[in-house]
Design a protein around this ligand. Structure first.
Ligand code: NAD
Ligand code: UD1
Length: 323
């Protein structure tokens, strides 16, 4: 990031992951512009030094304005909830796939070499994996419109590299957690819900037997992956290297059961909130753990944050604790 200079466009920069990324970029002396429609993001979360354009990532005019004079793009804007995409199929398709294409088309228009794009894909493209850990060569089989649109973005991304010379890297995030994730939406992730309720001394409910596993990756590690991937593409662009598409898991490689997660959070918050068990969530995926070796090979990174440390950071960042 140090010698990079220039301006980075972050779409979805007002969201959970985007806000962390914008702070990291600004702290490193980078100029940052954000394009966000504020549908789930908060304008107040980004650093004052970041320029905000409120607009839609699927609107070519807004994207053209946001793209003027930038040197690299991190594209995070999306309807990020699987359940919300199910409820709002066509509108989420417009944001999640047309939005990605609109960004790539504008990147293509940059002269003389298309701009590099690092963007958020998802472990949701894999669906219910048959073999664990899930490597990037696993045949994608998304089970939701959300996963289908992320996969569609990757197919376009591969074609865009070959045909139009747009260097782009799709980072397949597994379950991201950390401070600033909204615990109150019906679409909130399990860690934000459990941490919020237990910190307030309230009980939590495990859907199913609690033996289902997830690969929880700390937002700070996700930010490092985004930053490193962009750095890599910008350096390759300066060296006039051939444009390529890459897809990379962003994960720890360590499975955690929901039951262990619940107990760990209960211990860390010192909460007396109860842990109840309910019916499994319809269509829930039993196991999800990624193979992190490609992230290490391509980006030289490992998701180092231990779960307890990440959870502690999340709990400490909460405004008040009433365990
Ligand atoms: P988020 O909802 O907090 O952030 C998304 C941001 O995009 C918000 O600020 C929102 O206002 C903005 N946005 C939505 N629609 C837009 C539009 N049409 N035009 C402009 N801006 C728009 O979600 P997040 O967790 O920060 O996710 C960031 C990215 O990472 C998304 O692409 C998501 O699909 C992906 N991802 C997240 C996870 C996770 O566990 N959080 C896992 C896999 C992939
Ligand atoms: C998550 C993401 C999704 C992403 C996918 C990648 C969220 C909200 N969803 O889905 O966007 O594409 O990973 O594979 O981040 N659970 C409970 N009790 C609760 C809440 C949840 O037991 O109160 C359980 C769920 O049933 C599930 C597990 O916790 O088994 C994880 O749920 P959740 O955090 O919603 O994430 P995913 O379903 O993995």
């Amino acid at each position: 990031m140090d010698e990079r200079g220039g301006t980075i466009l972050v779409t979805g920069g007002c969201g959970f992951i985007g806000t962390h990324l914008c702070h990291a970029l600004v702290n490193a002396g980078q100029r940052v512009r954000v394009l966000d429609d504020l549908s789930t993001g908060r304008a107040g979360g980004i650093p004052e030094a970041a320029e905000l354009i409120v607009g839609d990532v699927a609107d070519p005019v807004a994207v053209g304005e946001a793209m003027a004079g930038v040197d690299g793009i991190v594209h995070l804007a999306a309807i990020a909830s699987v359940a919300r995409c199910n409820d709002d199929w066509v509108a989420s398709h417009r944001t999640n796939l047309t939005g990605t294409l609109t960004i790539m088309a504008a990147a293509r228009a940059a002269a003389p070499v298309p701009l590099p794009v690092v963007w958020a894909s998802s472990a949701a493209i894999y669906g219910a994996a048959r073999a664990l850990p899930i490597g990037e060569r696993t045949a994608p089989a998304p089970l939701s419109p959300y996963g289908a649109d992320k996969l569609g973005g990757e197919l376009h991304g591969a074609a865009a590299a070959d045909l139009f010379g747009i260097a782009n890297t799709a980072l397949r995030f597994f379950n991201v957690y950390g401070p600033g994730q909204d615990p109150h939406s019906p679409y909130s992730g399990v860690i934000s819900i459990f941490a919020d309720r237990l910190s307030r001394g309230e009980g939590i409910r495990i859907d199913g037997d609690g033996g289902q596993t997830r690969d929880f990756v700390y937002v700070g590690d996700v930010v490092r992956a985004l930053d490193t991937a962009l750095d890599r593409l910008m350096r390759r662009r300066r060296l006039r290297r051939e444009a390529a598409f890459d897809a990379v898991n962003v994960c720890t490689g360590r499975p955690v059961t929901i039951a262990v997660l619940a107990e760990t959070l209960r211990a860390l918050t010192g909460s007396r909130g109860s842990i109840a068990y309910g019916a499994p969530r319809p269509g829930d995926i039993r196991d999800s753990v990624g193979d992190a070796s490609r992230m290490h090979r391509l980006l030289g990174l490992r998701a180092e944050t231990r779960l307890e440390d990440g959870l502690r950071a999340l709990i400490e960042a909460r405004p008040a604790k009433v365990a």
